[in-house]
Design a protein around this ligand. Structure first.
Ligand code: HEC
Length: 168
């Protein structure tokens, strides 16, 4: 009976921690998606930060970091490429994510950084190939950490416009 009691406590503790995590995620989500459409000036900005478009539709994706984990369900570009799209390293779940700078000024610049050596610079067609098909501008496949996104042409163009609006 005693051992059962201990197990019971463990279960309770687990449930408590689980509950706390859920609450924290709820708050994070509320902060991210809160305020409705008015919080974001453009559709592209909204997609970048929330992973949903102006119609409130979540952008479906496959793969991506920790895709097997429940917590990976709500990914948006900002989760990995950062709040200013400048990328960088951060701890994500159990791995260190090193996502590239995807400001348009960087993507379109030839040969200075991560996508140097891939034999291409980004235009809208290459951007589409990267985000939807998971290929570098030069055609090589992107790492699996980068999800493949099912974006409509409009959403994709809006996203590109948002990245173009970011400073150097
Ligand atoms: C789970 C993390 C994650 C999310 C979410 C994510 N990315 Fe990425 N992305 C990456 C990583 C990591 C790479 C680098 C892959 C490589 O170099 O092989 C990458 C690469 C890219 C590249 C290619 C850059 C280059 O240097 O060639 C583009 C463009 C890009 N991401 C756009 C986006 C957009 C737009 C979104 C949102 C719709 C997004 N990413 C969401 C992790 C992520």
């Amino acid at each position: 009976m005693k051992a059962g009691g201990v197990r019971g406590e463990f279960r309770t503790f687990g449930a408590l921690v689980g509950g706390l995590v859920m609450i924290m995620m709820g708050i994070a989500l509320a902060v991210f998606s809160g305020g409705g459409a008015g919080r974001f000036e453009t559709n592209g900005e909204r997609i970048y930060y929330t992973g949903s478009n102006q119609d409130g539709k979540r952008i479906v994706y496959r793969g991506g970091a920790a895709s097997g984990m429940m917590m990976a369900r709500g990914l948006a570009c900002a989760s990995c490429h950062g709040s200013n799209a400048q990328g960088g390293q951060h701890q994500m779940y159990m791995l260190v994510m090193d996502a590239p700078d995807i400001r348009w000024s960087t993507l379109a610049a030839e040969g200075e950084d991560e996508h140097a050596g891939t034999g291409g610079t980004y235009d809208l067609v290459a951007f589409r190939r990267a985000v939807i098909d998971g290929r570098h501008a030069g055609g090589e496949p992107l790492n699996d950490l980068m999800p493949r996104w099912s974006l409509s042409d409009t959403d994709l163009a809006d996203l590109a416009t948002f990245l173009q609006s970011l400073g150097q």
